[in-house]
Write a protein of this length. Sequence first.
Length: 231
Amino acid sequence: MGSKDILIVEDEAAIREMVAFSLPSEAFTLRQAADTAEAEVLLSERLPDLILLDWMLPGTSGLEFARRLRRDEYTRGVPIIMLTARGEEDDRISGLEAGADDYVTKPFSPRELIARIRAVLRRSSPDRGSDRLEAAGLTLDLAGHRLHYGQRQIELGPTEFRLLRHFMGHPERVFSRGQLLDAVWGRGADVEERTVDVHILRLRKALASVRREGLIQTVRGAGYRFSTRKE
Ligand code: CA
């Protein structure tokens, strides 16, 4: 496993720095946001493996932000640990109900935090599905970033890989170009919708090498879908 990408959303710089200092750099990369607006920008760049989310933030609270992350399909699967000064049972429950996977009460020790992070990452990885997606003879190896048809490996560019992963993770569903941009390129990415068509074309071309291009279907006026049924 490579290093895990952690995003911390915390307005107190001292706590961000303590966490940055505590996490072993060979195992974790830490990106820092002082509020939810900064967090949104970092999230749109790429999804982290885990979010450390402070409860009391200026503007949008951590609780509200956790709910928002859970509602959004793009961020739904990312585990959240709430950082909270509150240890009350009610608060703990509302945090978990808002979608947090665990919480750590301040002040916490670096060792406790790391242990919680590791436990949540271990628990959450099976929930994000197995490490492969299969359909119509295709096997997408998510860890190895490879696509196979039977024994045969099909070459895919990184964008086509992410596009196919999104489709195979949500079969039979129609996605607009805008939704595909959000899911595959990240929200706020400065990319034109036409770009989606270019990569769909490349993906179909790659699948055509094993006569599976019909899996990516154009839905007129709506977008695209991945379907194992005939168009
Ligand atoms: Ca705070």
